[in-house]
Design a protein around this ligand. Structure first.
Ligand code: URA
Length: 210
C-alpha cells in the first residue's frame, strides 16, 4: 500500500535532517525542513533560514516570519493551512570579526539543496506555489525572473499548475514609511491572489490522459 502524504513527507524530513551534501552541514545548528500541512494545495517557498530559523529548526520564525504571519492572517490563512519551506534548508552565513550574518545562497548550494525541495514538491503536489523572493522565483518560475516587473503574475510551471512570486517579507522590513506600507500591501494582495487561484484551480478539470 502506498504511504500517506504525511508519512512520505515525514520520511523525507528524517532523511533531510541528516543531510551532509554541502558545507553548510558543518555550520548549521538545525536543518529547517519546512512545516505545515503537506496535503495543502498551496505551498509557500522562501529563500533560506536565518538566525532564528537555524536556532529553532522552523521556517519563518523571526521578524520576517511575523510579517508573513500577519499578511497570511489578512487573507484568513493560518500556518496550518499551507506548507512553508525554503529553497535552502540550512542557514547560509559568514562570520567576520566575530559577527555572523546571513549571505545569499551560493549557486552550488542551491543546486544540491534543491534536490530536497524537488522531492518535497513531488510529495506535496501543490496546485499553487507562492514564491517569496527572487531565489525562490528563479528556481520555481524561471532563471531570469525579475521581481519588480514579474511579481503578482501567475506562471504555469513544471512544479505546480500555477506559481506566483511576491516580495520577500525581509525585503519589505528593510523599507521605511510609504515603501514599507506599499510593500506590505503588495505582499497581502499577492497572497490573496494565490488563495483565490487555489479555489479556481480546484474547479478546473484535472489534466489526465484517460
Ligand atoms: N527568510 C526565509 O526566506 N526563510 C525563512 O525561513 C526565514 C527568513
Amino acid at each position: 500500500m502506498e504511504e500517506s502524504v504525511v508519512q512520505q513527507i515525514e520520511d523525507l524530513r528524517a532523511q533531510c535532517l541528516g543531510c551532509a551534501k554541502c558545507e553548510l552541514a558543518g555550520t548549521r545548528r538545525n536543518v529547517v525542513f519546512g512545516e505545515g500541512n503537506p496535503e495543502s494545495p498551496l505551498m509557500i517557498i522562501g529563500e533560506g533560514p536565518g538566525m532564528n530559523e537555524d536556532a529553532t529548526g522552523r521556517p519563518f520564525v523571526g521578524r520576517a516570519g511575523a510579517l508573513l504571519d500577519e499578511a497570511l492572517a489578512a487573507c484568513r490563512i493560518g500556518r496550518q493551512h499551507v506548507f512553508i519551506c525554503n529553497v535552502l534548508k540550512c542557514r547560509a552565513c559568514i562570520t567576520e570579526n566575530g559577527r555572523t550574518r546571513n549571505r545569499p545562497p551560493a549557486p552550488a548550494e542551491i543546486e544540491v539543496c534543491t534536490q530536497w525541495l524537488e522531492r518535497q514538491i513531488q510529495v506535496i503536489q501543490p496546485l499553487v506555489i507562492l514564491c517569496l523572493g527572487a531565489p525562490s522565483a528563479k528556481f520555481v518560475i524561471k532563471k531570469d525572473f525579475k521581481m519588480t516587473q514579474e511579481r503578482g503574475i501567475f506562471y504555469p510551471t513544471r512544479y505546480a499548475r500555477y506559481a506566483i512570486a511576491a516580495l520577500h517579507p525581509a525585503y519589505i522590513l528593510r523599507q521605511a514609511g510609504q515603501s514599507y506600507d506599499g510593500g506590505k500591501s503588495l505582499l497581502i494582495s499577492d497572497i490573496e491572489s494565490a488563495r483565490k487561484k487555489v479555489i479556481e484551480a480546484k474547479k478546473e478539470p484535472k489534466p489526465t490522459l484517460f
